[in-house]
Design a protein around this ligand. Structure first.
Ligand code: GUN
Length: 316
């Protein structure tokens, strides 16, 4: 039987509606949540992401500012910019889009963001809050995946969860969130022995290693929930045929755009998984929805208001 597709667009819309409603109530009291997005230089993918983040703020009634320092900005210049944003009361959230250009010390810049305005959840203080189960700001992609699992009624307590990929942005916080939800968690990476065997034990398998279609049927226990965090482009006919031969819908998109998106999970996994996130339309939309939720959360935490939204109450 084919896997149930977990609809990220629908769940993201639910979360965004909740954020818009609550942001509207806050704004009536004169506290309009505000996000500053910093985009250094002109990385085409980053430009698309940041545009989408700013547009979503506008759609939800949040204040937003896009700040675009030049490609050759120094670490010192970016530190000064972050300090200015830290000091501005109308800015609740600061997002520094990654990757930063090679001359910039990214860790130094991220460390300069005030933890209470760190809507990406990258500051070591927020990482520590998460690992010690204190309230704080949680990285958007793993937080969105938790929302998707919760809203899809996928049980976590006692479940075997395997996270493939150990990045600071996705893999590590994902493992921490699943651990906090009482799953039994294994983190895998490129040096893991018998990766298919380890993955095959998973009730919940999170693929976040950035390798096109890497997770095949052999990795997946029948009925498992598979979360695909990958976002890779297929641009050649040869690759297209390898993954999507005979898929009419994909064929049309490929002909029209010259590419199609694929995750880290091979399409054949849909035949064995119990539930699966599609690419596109799975995890991606949730990342932006949770950025909006984090901006609202930051506004409320910093300005002393109490939480009400279920999207965030869950996460402390
Ligand atoms: N680049 C890729 N993903 C992210 C993210 O979640 N936040 C930021 N700031 N940059 C990214």
């Amino acid at each position: 039987m084919a896997a149930t597709l977990l609809d990220g667009i629908r769940i993201a819309n639910e979360i965004k509606n909740e954020v818009a409603e609550e942001a509207g109530r806050l704004s009536e009291t004169g506290l309009r949540p505000g996000l500053a997005a910093v985009l250094v230089g002109s990385n085409p993918a980053s430009e698309i992401y940041v545009r989408s983040k700013v547009q979503t703020c506008q759609a939800l009634g949040l204040y937003s500012e896009k700040i675009t320092p030049p490609e050759f900005s120094t670490t010192a210049e970016l530190l000064e910019l972050v300090h200015d944003l830290n000091a501005r009361d109308e800015i609740d959230g600061i997002l520094v889009q990654l990757p930063l250009p090679p001359q910039v010390d990214s860790k130094k810049v991220l460390l300069a963001v005030l933890p209470e305005k760190d809507v990406d959840g990258f500051h070591p203080m927020n990482v520590g809050f998460l690992s010690t189960q204190r309230p704080g700001l949680v990285p958007c992609t793993p937080a969105g995946i938790m929302e998707m699992l919760r809203r899809s009624n996928i049980p976590l307590q006692g479940a075997d969860a395997v996270v493939v990929g150990r990045s600071d942005i996705v893999g590590k916080p994902m493992a921490m969130l699943l651990t906090n939800a009482n799953a039994t968690v294994t983190i895998c990476h490129s040096k893991t022995r018998d990766l298919p065997g380890v993955c095959h034990r998973a009730d919940i398998l999170v693929a976040a290693m950035g390798r096109t279609g890497f997770v095949t049927r052999a990795f997946v226990k029948p009925g498992a929930t598979v979360i695909d965090v990958g976002m890779n482009k297929i641009t050649t006919r040869e690759e297209f045929d390898k993954y999507f031969k005979g898929n009419e819908k994909r064929e049309q998109a490929f002909a029209k755009n010259g590419y199609t998106l694929i995750g880290d999970v091979h399409p054949e996994v849909a035949e064995v998984a119990g539930a699966l996130t599609p690419v596109p339309g799975g995890v991606g939309p949730l990342t932006i929805a949770m950025l909006m939720a984090n901006t609202l959360k930051a506004a409320k935490l910093r300005r002393g208001a109490r939480f009400q939204s279920p999207a965030m109450a869950e996460r402390g």
